[in-house]
Design a protein around this ligand. Structure first.
Ligand code: SF4
Ligand code: SF4
Length: 325
């Protein structure tokens, strides 16, 4: 398939395999992206996040998110992401209200934020609120991590992981998952085998333990897409994703049970659609948290797709929870 033909081909491939069109089931997870502010600026970032970004969720919007969550009884998980979500002024409120409502609260933490000035409270805050942590660590080697995420990031990540182990994370008490994504334009390897390798390396070299490894594919959008284009490898990577389409991943795609909210309150089918400004639509109209009474109303709604969706269905599949099959 030529590079220019990738757009809009995802739905045709779903139809060819008898697994389309994509429709949402009952929403179970509300993923809140509180904005693009981050203490890092990684090469593969699909959010284009960084220390100079000013797009952040306001208190008014964060309050509206919590009000919608309270009304949406099908949602059992609040998943908070960014940027570095901990840098948002409303972060603590979101976590605490979510827990008070009895919801499972997950935070996508980049680890290094724990070592930023004024962030020494984080490990204890996570522990007290029994937050489940999903932490980026794309390799157990310093060179690979620093190449992708910036000089010195690996050493800081290891220091943060030690703090989390000391707080009770990754030792069977509080959940600590690590996230691997490929450093080069290739698919993620088998999750279980890589998890074993991570376990051995992190334990023997650094005495660190964790609960699960999640492997994800790099999505061909934002900073990673620009990097591919600069290297003249965009069409090659898209070809890899398309050629490894796996119909068995489709029932487990995260967009079937997740709803994504942007920093301005817009609703999306997933964080990737959010970054591409592809809104969630009902009867042709883009929806926000301000005009929906209950996220359960989105059950059965058609999911917006485009060529980047091949990143979720390639190989063992890829989602916020790692490999799908
Ligand atoms: S990948 Fe994560 S840590 Fe890196 S810049 Fe993006 S949001 Fe920040
Ligand atoms: S990018 Fe993945 S999660 Fe998002 S709509 Fe496409 S298939 Fe679903």
């Amino acid at each position: 398939m030529a590079g220019s033909d990738f757009s809009s081909s995802f739905d045709r491939v779903l139809a060819l395999h008898g697994v389309g069109p994509l429709e949402r089931g009952v929403p179970r997870t509300l993923q809140v992206n509180v904005g693009k502010l981050c203490n890092q600026a990684c090469h593969h970032c699909h959010v284009d996040a960084g220390p100079k970004r000013t797009e952040v969720m306001t208190r008014e919007t964060a309050d509206a998110v919590i009000a919608l969550l309270a009304r949406s009884l099908s949602i059992d998980t609040l998943d908070i992401t960014g940027g570095a979500p901990e840098l948002n002024a409303n972060f603590r409120m979101l976590v605490e209200r979510g827990r008070e409502m009895g919801r499972r609260v997950m935070v996508r933490c980049n680890l290094t934020v724990m070592l930023e000035d004024g962030m020494g409270w984080l490990a204890d805050f996570y522990r007290r609120n029994r937050v489940e942590l999903i932490c980026s660590l794309p390799c157990y080697s310093a060179d690979n991590v620093d190449l992708q995420r910036g000089k010195g990031v690996f050493a800081k990540s290891i220091a943060a992981l030690r703090m989390l182990n000391d707080a009770g994370y990754g030792c069977g008490e509080l959940q600590l998952a690590l996230v691997y994504n490929p450093v080069s334009p290739m698919l993620a390897p088998a999750q279980h085998e890589l998890e074993q390798r991570y376990r051995e390396e992190l334990s023997t070299q650094f005495g660190i333990s964790f609960d699960r490894l999640l492997t994800i594919n790099n999505m061909p959008i934002a900073r990673f897409a620009h990097q591919l284009s600069r290297a003249g490898r965009h069409a090659e990577y898209m070809g890899l994703l398309v050629n490894h389409f796996n119909a068995a991943t489709v029932p487990g795609l995260m967009c079937r049970t997740l709803v994504s909210v942007g920093w301005e309150g817009g609703l999306y089918d997933c964080d990737f659609n959010q970054m591409l400004s592809i809104p969630l639509r009902i009867e042709g109209r883009a929806r926000t948290i301000f005009d929906l009474n209950d996220l359960g109303e989105l059950a059965g709604a058609r999911i917006e797709t485009a060529s980047h969706c091949f990143g979720c269905t390639a190989g063992a599949g890829s989602s916020c929870a790692g490999a799908i099959v």
